[in-house]
Design a protein around this ligand. Structure first.
Ligand code: FES
Length: 180
């Protein structure tokens, strides 16, 4: 038969071991969360601020109606390097001759993609009904968007190649602040 003292010592040992295991688990949760963020493949680099060839002038109608184009660029994440993958989209509009304007398709209210309606001649956001004129300005006083559509720098190069400095901007604020 075991003595009372041995029994007490054993209980103390198990209590200590349990506290150690639980303490370790509690400490492990934030460590794993940090690791997940660090290894998240969505922490992609390489697309923002890149100047990419989007199309050529002959793909843009001379009547000033915007046309949507995907933007393809090289991108890297924690594990891989991707070549020529979609990183966003732009609306391009030929204003006169070889003058071109570019707008990011992302609505500055909360980040949905706007659509151009040829019928109304406006961009419409399907999420909360913001509307914008063909040159990107806010079209209605009831639009919840805090700013106009985000314009991007465009360059028409040799052989009519249309190059756009692609960039996303933070949603939900009146200022145009680039996303890193
Ligand atoms: S995201 Fe466009 S109106 Fe809300």
């Amino acid at each position: 038969m075991e003595s009372k003292e041995t029994e007490t010592n054993r209980r103390g040992f198990f209590k200590g071991a349990l506290a150690l295991v639980l303490g370790g688990l509690v400490g492990l949760v934030p460590a794993l969360a940090g690791l997940t963020v660090l290894l998240d493949p969505l922490r992609r680099k390489g697309a923002q601020g890149t100047t990419v060839k989007v199309t050529t002038l002959d793909a843009l109608p001379p009547d000033g109606v915007p046309r949507k184009f995907p933007v393809l660029a090289n991108r890297t994440d924690a594990w891989n390097k991707y070549t020529n993958v979609p990183v966003g989209a732009v609306y391009l509009r030929r204003t006169s001759g070889d003058q071109v304007e570019a707008l990011n398709v992302v609505c500055p209210h909360a980040g949905c993609f706007v659509d151009f309606s040829a019928e109304s001649g406006r961009f419409l956001c399907p999420c909360h009904n913001s509307s914008f004129t063909a040159d990107g300005k806010i079209a209605s006083a009831t639009s919840p968007s805090p700013r106009a559509l985000d314009s991007l720098q465009v360059e028409v190069r040799k052989d009519g190649e249309v190059w756009v400095a692609f960039q996303n901007f933070k949603a939900g604020q009146p200022e145009k602040v680039p996303v890193a």
